[in-house]
Design a protein around this ligand. Structure first.
Ligand SMILES: [Zn+2]
Ligand SMILES: [Zn+2]
Length: 432
């Protein structure tokens, strides 16, 4: 037998940049998922789920070979059968795939979809940037009307406001389309060529391959050049200009605060016309809580028929961070107000029946059935700050009664076992 190397026993941990979501944080995740879904459904978006793994090709062309995500950040694998698969780095391309694959073109257009889930990018971990991160998002596929752009933005903004993030600004820009963007590209390239000795190595390559991404570079020297760079809004064709001003008009109408950010750019090749990022006001931290845009050319990039579409998403971890800073706590709606204390084998058996009865009438109840001392159970009641205790002791089990103790006043009532559920039901407000 091969000798096992003498290694120190290591406690298993999560992969770098990924973490467990513990119950306290999960309450935030659930709040965000539930409320954003409710808001999205109000605006007509239906819930969809797509696989976490997609064929690698799905992301290659749409995101752009030169995009940072494709260049460095995709988690790709080869299956035993030889398929090349990738953990989804974003939500839009999978939803477009689902649109074509499920024949949604024959549904009433636009098809409006809501999604929530985890996405994966192999980024260098830093504050609020994780390799597994959660997003909630909406997409309106199959219609190029500017009202859809405004509706997508409004849905995301309304969600944030429901969570308790009230003061919001939407930074918005138009990237134009195939008609007007090439002319702008040329001007952008000319501008950066004049400053070629100042820009970073990546940007020198971007000048040739993907000039729009020059505006997105985080290197200090490159970022300093953005201010005087030519602006897309000055180069929009008539159609794009009209579309953009309609989006703005609709946002005005829906009283959605926006800021025209003429140098706003986004990381993926598939964006056309409207792009936006959503920020909380008065925060020093300049990370967007959400972002998105129109992607009329994505379908074609995927090798399918052209289908105009627009969408956007919110970053769940970033929102949780903001809610915590603001002291906003998710309401734990299932937090029990009753604790069931049982003492002795007979009582323990009866408490199982009682729990089932309480569950049926929708009263959450906490318990620690593996404990048998009164003191250890009372300790838990106090720790959880539960105001009412049901006491089922040996005496009660014999008498066919149940004790109901108000933990704040110490007053205890004795109720008959048979009438107990009826009494609780009649006083439901006290207990749920
Ligand atoms: Zn650069
Ligand atoms: Zn145009």
């Amino acid at each position: 037998m091969p000798k096992k190397a003498a290694t120190k026993k290591e406690v298993p941990t999560t992969p770098k940049g990924m973490h467990d979501v513990l119950p306290a944080d999960m309450a935030y995740v659930n709040l965000i998922t539930k409320e954003s879904k409710r808001v999205a459904e109000f605006y007509g978006f239906g819930h969809i789920e797509t696989p976490h793994l997609e064929k690698t090709d799905l992301f290659l062309r749409p995101l752009g070979d030169t995009s940072e995500v494709v260049e460095k950040q995709m988690y790709s694998l080869r299956t035993r059968g030889g398929d090349r698969l990738t953990l989804r780095p974003e939500g839009t391309a999978p939803l477009m795939r689902a649109y074509y694959q499920n024949g949604m073109a024959s549904w009433p257009q636009p098809v409006k979809l809501f999604y929530a889930g985890s996405f994966y990018r192999h980024e260098s971990p830093q504050a609020l940037r994780f390799r597994e991160f959660r997003q909630v998002g909406v997409e309106a596929i199959g219609d190029d009307d500017a009202i859809n752009d405004a509706l997508v933005i409004r849905t995301l903004v309304s969600s944030l406001q429901v969570f308790g993030v009230k003061e919001i600004t939407v930074n918005i820009n138009s990237l134009g389309d195939k008609t007007c963007r090439p002319g702008y590209h040329k001007e952008l390239v000319n501008y950066y060529k004049k400053h070629e000795e100042k820009i970073c190595r990546d940007c020198r390559r971007r000048v040739k391959e993907n000039p729009l991404r020059l505006l997105d570079c985080k290197e200090e020297a490159c970022a300093a050049l953005v201010g005087n760079a030519p602006q897309m809004v000055d180069h929009l064709c008539e159609e794009c200009k009209k579309h953009f001003s309609e989006v703005i008009e609709f946002l005005d109408e829906m009283q959605t605060p926006y800021f025209l950010d003429s140098h706003l750019a986004r990381g993926f090749d598939y964006y056309t016309r409207t792009i936006f990022e959503i920020f909380e006001n008065d925060t020093e931290d300049k990370t967007a809580l959400g972002a998105g845009g129109r992607y009329d050319d994505l379908g074609e990039l995927m090798g399918a028929k052209k289908v105009p579409a627009v969408g956007g998403a919110l970053g769940v971890e970033r929102i949780i961070n903001v809610l915590k800073k603001k002291g906003i706590k998710p309401r734990a709606d299932a937090k029990p107000r009753i604790f069931l204390i049982q003492l002795g084998p007979e009582a323990r058996k009866k408490s199982l029946t009682l729990m089932e009865e309480l569950r049926k009438i929708g009263v959450p109840v906490a318990q620690s059935l593996s404990r048998d001392s009164l003191r250890s159970q009372l300790n838990i009641v106090n720790k959880l700050e539960i105001p009412v205790a049901i006491i089922l002791g040996q005496k009660e089990a014999l008498d066919g009664t149940v004790g109901l103790r108000n933990m704040e006043t110490g007053v205890q009532e004795t109720l008959s076992f048979d009438k107990f559920i009826g009494t609780i039901k009649a006083r439901l407000k006290e207990f749920s």
